[in-house]
Write a protein that binds this ligand. Structure first.
Ligand code: ATP
Length: 360
């Protein structure tokens, strides 16, 4: 966007926010709390800087700002993110009202029976591939399933499920998930372009994730899988604490280094009292495309032994195959297209093992 276009965008956003008052009576449109204006194919994003103590007071202001920006002619979807940074400058602090009660928070994901995080200690181990095919395996068992792609720095759900276009919004201004192969899906990648998300700082990432948890109309679901950002930092903790998690699944490859990271992930969930439902070992062994022979490149049984050592159920092993990578990259998940193939059966077995561990 040119400097001029950026200035014009900021100007029209500020004009649209003139009618939204702040607690001190001034207009949000004139406030230096506004930052980060972006418009991408009708999807508008901006942020309001607050202090952590102001989060409850600003929740209705954020909603009013989204409603006002949603009225702009060029905007199909407005997303306003509250960003609270530690040590924010004192001029951002609104006069505190000692008698003000924090706004009551609506329950998060009330119609989902089991919210399950799919996590990995490090990136690239196949967490998203596992999430999609496990979701399809659960669907094959007759469950209503959704996937929330919260991997803000590398959302892969749009590619894996060949999703296109911006999500629609319902009459209550909730986002409607896309649907593919009988699975509902929402990805941060459908809302914000990758470059914008890459430059977001920690608090913005967390606010965006928290809002995604609260603002998608999933309808009734048996299982919602959350594809977590890789690692064990603040964003992961925000989800672990902000979503009503029934449990977590850890995806790991069999190498010792990946298993060390997986252990970190398990420790993080245990710290916040989220039970570990099991470990999935991905790229466990290599199946040769030409001869079909199996090669245990990293030795065999390492991840299963590690899971036993950590007291974590072992849900199953997915081989490293060319077919899986190629199918994923083409947005044709193996379980949807070849449910009775070797990989299709592997993921359905993992889905059955998972269901067996879910509370009634
Ligand atoms: N079992 C497998 N066999 C072959 N390729 C695989 C397998 N699992 C994943 N891959 C490939 O590995 C790459 C990374 O997978 P994926 O995106 O699922 O990992 P991730 O852990 O979600 O990564 P990130 O956390 O960085 O988003 C993709 O190209 C995917 O197709």
């Amino acid at each position: 966007m040119s400097d001029r276009a950026a200035a014009e965008l900021e100007q029209s956003i500020r004009a649209a926010l003139q009618a939204v008052p702040l607690p001190d009576g001034t207009a949000l449109g004139q406030s230096d709390r506004l930052a980060g204006f972006s418009l991408n194919g009708g999807s508008l994003t901006t942020t309001i800087r607050i202090t952590p103590e102001e989060a409850a007071t600003f929740a209705p202001i954020r909603a009013a700002a989204e409603a006002a920006l949603g009225q702009m002619s060029s905007v199909t979807r407005a997303m306003v993110v509250l960003t609270a940074e530690r040590g924010a400058p004192p001029d951002l602090r609104a006069p505190s009202k000692p008698d003000a009660k924090p706004a009551a928070k609506p329950p998060v994901l009330p119609d989902v029976r089991h919210v399950i995080a799919v996590a990995s200690g490090k990136g690239g181990v196949g967490k998203s591939t596992t999430t999609v095919n496990l979701a399809l395996g659960l669907r094959a068992l007759g469950l209503k399933v959704g996937i929330l792609d919260a991997d803000i720095y590398g959302p892969s759900l749009p590619t894996l499920l060949a999703l296109h276009g911006k999500p629609r919004v319902d009459a209550n201004r909730q986002l409607l998930p896309s649907e593919a192969h009988g699975i509902k899906a929402m990805s941060i990648g459908l809302l914000v372009d990758e470059e914008t998300a890459m430059i977001w700082r920690g608090p913005m990432v967390m606010s965006a994730i928290t809002q995604m948890l609260a603002e998608v109309n999933w309808g009734a679901l048996d299982v919602l899988l959350i594809d977590m950002p890789p690692g064990t930092g603040d964003a992961q903790l925000a989800i672990a604490q902000g979503a009503p998690l029934r449990g977590a699944i850890i995806v790991s490859t069999p190498q010792d280094l990946a298993l060390i990271d997986a252990r970190r992930g398990i420790t993080m969930f245990r710290k916040v009292d989220v039970p570990i439902l099991g470990m999935v070992e991905n790229m466990a062994h290599f199946i040769c495309t030409d001869c079909g022979a199996r090669h245990d490149i990293f030795g065999s049984g390492g991840a299963e032994a590690e899971a036993a050592r950590l007291g974590v159920p072992y849900l199953g092993a997915v081989p490293l195959t060319m077919e899986l990578r190629a199918a994923s990259d083409r947005g044709r998940p193996v379980v949807a297209f070849e449910p009775d193939g070797v990989l299709g059966r592997v993921y359905q077995d993992i889905a059955r093992n998972l269901v067996a561990r879910l509370p009634a």
